[in-house]
Design a protein around this ligand. Sequence first.
Ligand SMILES: [Fe+2]
Length: 159
Amino acid sequence: MHPTSHDLSKQVRQSVVGLLQDNLADGIDLVYQVKQAHWTLRGPNFIGLHELLDQLHEQVEDKVDLVAERISVLGGQAEGTVEASAGRSRLPKYPLDAVAIEDHVAALSKAFAAYAKNHRAAIDEASEAGDEATADLFTEIVRMADRALWFIEAHKPVG
Ligand SMILES: [Fe+2]
C-alpha cells in the first residue's frame, strides 16, 4: 500500500482494495465480452444490438476506470492488465463460437447478471468494512448493470 493521509485505516483500505480488485477483474473481462458479441453476432435486429453493445461497452469501461482509480485513491496498486484480470475474473467464460443473437443474448445475460451479483455483494462488504464511498461506487455500478441486463433480456422473444 502507498502512504497516504486518507483517514480510513490501512486495514480497512487494504480489505476494500481487495474487493475493488476482484470487481475490477470482472469489469475488464466484461468490457471485451461485450465487444466479442458486438463483433460476431448475426441475425435479425443485428444493428440494434450491435449499437447497444457499443454503448454498454463504454458504460462498463467507465466503471472499470472508476474502480481502478478508487484503488489508487485508497493507496492500493491496481492490477488492471487483461492478463491479470483473466485469471481473476469470476464471470462465466464467454462462448467464442456464439453467432446467433439468441446465443449472444443468453451469454451476455449471464455475464451481466454475474457482474451485477458480485458488485451487489460488494456493496455490503464495503459498507461493513467502513468505506461508504466505495459502497456507493458499487451501488452506482449495480444500477448500470441491472439496467444493462434489462436492455439485453428485452431482446428475448416475448412469452
Ligand atoms: Fe464497432
